[in-house]
Design a binder for this molecule. Structure first.
Ligand code: NAP
Length: 252
């Protein structure tokens, strides 16, 4: 039987990287994307190959939707050249940035950058890749705990993620006829480069968030990749149109 193939956006670092490695450990091959960190992406490919899997890293800016048809054409070519297949199985819409700005201080440029990367990108990249996704495939969109609880400075960011959660339900409805399940995973605060690495590098913020988390610490990438990989496994095939929070129990 063919090995499953997942596309994971923004997998050069952080949660995407961890997801790609957890998928590879489960026998899933990966097309991963990066925006700037080509070397880091190549290291993820090498690590997947060390695990016995196959992976390809492709450049992609999810904030520039005009590039999506060309990206889809490249994916089609890579599927043929590396896997002798015409379709892939799983899409993880993970790539993203954080901008911390109070509501009153948020500029239109910041808003547009966030909406392009965090929402428009997810919408139109998924649209561009759907013809290449096998029936019975699966989509996971990465949201955030910040859609359930509110912290000052995340009005624009969390609103975009809220839109992604609504889109998740609409995709599930429209793609069900193709057997494609669509879910959102909402991580809590995780120690990555995200937002300038503030959760990892600012001891006061780290301690504050840990004190508001039932399990008593902030998250690590290793706490998230496995959630996404297991959601894409056959064991969880009946989960559809759900928002699954993986936060260790933040702000209960
Ligand atoms: P990260 O460590 O900063 O990694 C971000 C990844 O996204 C990198 O691979 C980066 O590529 C890629 N990327 C950034 N902008 C891009 C763009 N315009 N086009 C394409 N790729 C782009 O962040 P992370 O913590 O792993 O975050 C991943 C996702 O989880 C994001 O959607 C974020 O909103 C969400 N999330 C994070 C947290 C958290 O606390 N960390 C919590 C909840 C949700 P390069 O390396 O090539 O630059």
């Amino acid at each position: 039987m063919n090995r499953k193939i997942a596309i994971v956006t923004g997998a050069s670092r952080g949660l995407g990287r961890n997801t790609a490695l957890k998928l590879a450990a489960k026998g899933v091959d990966v097309i991963l994307t990066y925006r700037s960190q080509q070397g880091e992406a190549a290291a993820v490919v090498a690590e997947i190959e060390r695990l016995g899997g196959r992976a390809v890293a492709l450049p992609l800016d999810v904030g520039v939707s005009a590039g999506f048809p060309a990206f889809a054409a490249t994916v089609r070519a890579v599927l043929g050249s590396h896997w002798q297949r015409e379709q892939f199985d799983y899409l993880v819409n993970n790539a993203g940035i954080g901008i911390h700005a109070g509501f009153s201080e948020t500029s239109e440029a910041q808003f547009d950058q966030l909406v392009n990367i965090q929402f428009k990108g997810v919408f139109f990249l998924t649209q561009a890749l759907l013809p290449l996704m096998a029936n019975g495939g699966r989509i996971v969109n990465i949201s955030t705990g910040l859609t359930r609880f509110a912290l000052p400075g995340y009005a624009a960011y969390a609103s975009m993620k809220g839109a992604v959660e609504v889109l998740t339900r609409y995709l599930a409805k429209e793609l069900g006829s193709r057997g494609i399940a669509v879910n959102a995973v909402a991580p809590g605060a995780i120690e990555t480069d995200f937002g300038g690495g503030v959760v990892r590098d600012n001891a006061d913020i780290n301690a504050l968030l840990a004190s508001q988390t039932a399990l008593g610490r902030v998250g690590l990438p290793d706490d998230i990749g496995g959630v996404i990989a297991s959601l894409l496994s056959d064991d969880n095939r009946w989960i559809n149109a759900q928002r699954i929070e993986a936060s260790g129990g933040m702000f209960l």
